[in-house]
Write a protein that binds this ligand. Structure first.
Ligand code: G3I
Length: 309
């Protein structure tokens, strides 16, 4: 259904349940055509020490995706969270951090060259007030670390799509304005960036305004960028009565994406309430903990089945 609408439908995946849970492994290729590495391509899991790259778990995910004809999103090359101890327990000079970050991006992307369709090159670099997040990368390299990351990524795999990815900036607010300004500047300086990921982590009590999300996607697309919904989940109170409103919110966001030519992928952050970073009791995803499809699942299928407006 997604292919007919020219959009990729994806989910974040972890290797542990993929090995251990047959229902998990069977649902993914049946329902999705895009797979995001939830954790194994983050710097912490990949880099036990400065000179070591531990690719085994990510190789397993990429092999699984390829054997099921799925595209892969690599998440994420430059992020302030889940960093290895050796990177955070001392400071590095600008030249040392330049070497470390260039080596990381180049080595990881070279290892998966031609196999990973899109990368979240830089993740969550902007704070809610629009300022740059004070990370080890900003501290050592200044704001230019973002441009450098994208240039190194493009040099490593010129065919991979390169994204800036963030949360809390789906609609129109101080943060999304700052991200718009940031990526506009990158585009104007010919920095190789292909798109922006809107994570879309939603609390059912504070749903995004579809018109604002559409307006945000439109202004980003006017820069020539793709926009993708990259990590959607909708946290509920756990009351089954929330399922209907949850379904509406999922459907609204997919509809916004389908109506925006620049919106090329719609992904959830996991797909079963059995495994979610939000806590099973919040029931944020499309299938329940017993892999039964929920109203949200059927609402997305309904949106996909509608004729293109
Ligand atoms: O793999 C280790 C395991 O060996 C160890 O025994 C265990 C206990 O310490 O930790 C395991 O690592 C955990 C990892 O998830 C895998 O389960 C980390 O502690 C834990 O912090 C990590 O949480 C992840 C979180 O990002 C931080 O990296 C969540 O699963 C993941 O869903 C979440 O995803 C983020 C996106 O990357 C960015 N956008 C927001 C989203 C939600 O926070």
């Amino acid at each position: 259904m997604a292919e007919q609408r020219g959009i990729l439908i994806g989910t974040a995946v972890e290797p542990l349940p993929l090995r251990a849970d047959a229902d998990y492994a069977q649902t993914i290729p049946r329902e999705f055509n895009l797979l995001t590495s939830e954790n194994v391509l983050k710097m912490g899991p990949l880099r036990p020490d400065l000179l070591t790259y531990y690719f085994q778990e990510a190789d397993f995910l990429v092999d699984f995706a390829e054997s099921n004809g799925m595209k892969v999103r690599g998440h994420t090359l430059v992020w302030h969270n889940q960093l290895p101890e050796w990177l955070t327990n001392r400071t590095y000079s600008p030249s040392e951090m330049t070497w470390i970050l260039n080596d990381h991006i180049t080595t990881v992307m070279d290892h998966y060259k031609g196999r990973i369709w899109a990368w979240d090159v830089v993740n969550e670099a902007v704070l809610d007030d629009g300022s740059l997040r004070p990370t080890v990368f900003l501290q050592a390299l200044g704001p230019e670390y973002i441009e450098k990351a994208f240039r190194w990524a493009h040099a490593a795999d010129p065919d991979a799509l390169l994204f800036y990815n963030d949360y809390g900036a789906e609609g129109l607010n101080e943060k999304s304005d700052a991200i718009y300004t940031l990526v506009k500047d990158l585009v104007e300086r010919d920095v190789p960036i292909d798109g922006v990921g809107l994570q879309m982590h939603v609390d059912i009590a504070f749903p995004p305004n579809p018109a604002d999300v559409a307006a945000n996607i439109l202004r980003l697309s006017a820069l020539g960028l793709q926009v993708q919904i990259t990590e959607m989940d909708v946290v509920t109170s756990g009351d089954p009565a929330d399922a209907e409103r949850q379904a509406e919110i999922y459907a609204e966001m997919l509809q916004v994406c389908l109506e925006a030519p620049a919106c090329t992928a719609f992904e959830t952050w996991g797909f079963t309430d059995r495994y979610t970073w939000q806590g099973t009791q919040t029931a944020p995803l499309l299938f329940d903990a017993q892999y039964q499809p929920k109203l949200a699942y059927f609402a997305l299928r309904d949106v996909l089945s509608r004729p293109t407006p």
